[in-house]
Design a binder for this molecule. Structure first.
Ligand code: RNT
Ligand code: ZN
Length: 426
């Protein structure tokens, strides 16, 4: 628990006045901020490993065009360790958030349970833990790191029996999502991403896309209450080994979502490097009631670097605030970095996402007003001057009032935990 400091409060009072003078109420901004949940991605905690192979010496390699680099020591080796690491992380982040699970993080008690056999009971411990903490859960089928995904195709596979295997996996994943939603009283966003694609020029691009659309229709055949489960699908430009044609492209899924009323997942790393998802949000929200964001940071490619407080992130946050952030946009993080302490990786990304939302909430209304008047000169001046407003004092105050460490202090807590807990994992 952070100690309260009179300096932090005094700085906040001054910042409050400064913001008031430009028409911004910092107290209101913080109330709004506290209502925006962000889904922490469980897979940063163990390099997208999961727990299917706990009893075996080695699992399937990650595959699916995903790559985690680095060998930082102390990775969680089992669900208990992963939950402990998430507990620690959540103590360093202001606000109430969610946890995003992948299907491969089920607990099977030493039994071999294949992906087409998973059930909510395998997530019993996660549900109990989430309930105790008051956390919502989101979910993802795991359509990679499996013998039936080894040739790079899953739901669009030419072999009907393999396609069916993945349909069953995804179908069960939605049921698990609905069980999460029912038990926890907050809808679970279940997001389907498949790696399917061609390393080299395909002779037929239509067939795989028809098969993917057909398979998804089967996955979503049974209607589930939107109070319990929300279906999302995630496009991608390319992955390693799927450079020439990725079946689930942006156009494929935009059309799919509009015609089937599904949530579109915009991942910040899944487009051409000069494109930003911040420019896509307002367009897709014209045609879709709700969307999911995978906030990530691509460096040259979909490299899944830890989210930093970049212009891209600020652009995303601004669009979230401009839209009806309360209900239409679900925010999740998606990256995996094994080169630094994994709890620090989570904490840096989460704190940055929240900071970016705060900066967007503190933006002076005059920026929009000047634009409406056609005064681009004043708009640019205001946008630039807003950057040196004392948002840091508002952020520190928010951390203090939420009982989490202020400024750099959180790393000391990670170091203590690293020494006492993570350092003992070999
Ligand atoms: C892959 C997608 C997908 C995954 C996670 C682990 O490029 O972004 O969302 O990162 O499912
Ligand atoms: Zn993603």
């Amino acid at each position: 628990m952070a100690r309260s400091s009179p300096q932090i409060e005094a700085a906040y009072r001054l910042a409050h006045e400064r913001y008031q003078s430009i028409g911004v109420n910092t107290d209101k901004a913080l109330t709004a901020l506290a209502r925006i949940p962000i889904a922490l991605h469980c897979w940063q905690g163990d390099d997208v490993g999961g727990f299917e192979h706990l009893e075996e010496s080695s699992g399937q390699s990650l595959g699916g065009g995903l790559a985690v680099t680095g060998h930082y020591p102390g990775k969680a080796r089992n669900p208990t360790e992963l939950r402990a690491d998430i507990d620690k992380t959540l103590l360093l982040i202001p606000g109430k958030h969610r946890l995003n699970l992948h299907a491969c993080y089920g607990e099977y008690g030493g039994m071999k349970v294949d992906r087409d056999e998973i059930e909510a009971s395998h997530f019993h411990n996660w549900i109990a833990w989430a309930k105790e903490k008051g956390l919502g859960l989101d979910f993802n089928p795991t359509c990679f790191a499996h013998r039936h995904a080894a040739d790079g195709f899953t739901l669009s596979h030419a072999d009907k029996s393999i396609r069916q295997f993945w349909v069953e996996h995804c179908r069960r994943s939605r049921e698990i999502g609905a069980a999460f939603g029912r038990t926890l009283g907050t809808p679970c966003v279940t997001n389907v991403w498949v790696p399917d694609g061609f390393k080299d020029t395909p002779a037929d691009r239509t067939g795989p896309r028809e098969r993917l659309a057909g398979a998804l229709d089967e996955v979503f055949k049974t209607p589930l209450s939107q109070e319990h489960n929300l279906d999302a699908v995630e496009p991608k430009l390319f992955g390693i080994g799927a450079e020439s044609c990725t079946v689930g492209s942006a156009e494929f899924y935009l059309g799919y979502c509009i015609t089937r009323n599904k949530l579109l997942c915009l991942d910040a790393g899944h487009y051409h490097p000069t494109e930003t998802i911040s420019d896509k949000i307002s367009s897709v929200l014209l045609y879709l009631p709700e969307i999911l964001l995978h906030v990530s940071r691509g460096v040259r490619w979909d490299s899944d670097h830890v989210v930093t407080l970049s212009d891209d992130l600020l652009g995303i946050a601004r669009e979230i605030i401009a839209a009806d952030y309360g209900s239409r946009i679900h925010i999740g993080l998606d990256y995996f970095d094994a080169s630094i302490n994994r709890i620090a990786a989570w904490t840096i990304g989460m704190r940055n996402m929240i900071k970016a939302l705060l900066i967007a909430l503190l933006e002076p209304p005059a920026i929009r007003e000047r634009e409406l008047c056609g005064d681009s000169t004043a708009r640019l001046m205001l946008q630039e001057e807003a950057k040196s407003m004392p948002f840091g004092s508002v952020w520190d105050w928010y951390c203090q009032s939420q009982g989490v460490p202020i400024g750099v202090a959180w790393l000391d807590e990670v170091r203590i935990y690293e020494e006492a807990v993570m350092g003992k994992r070999f």
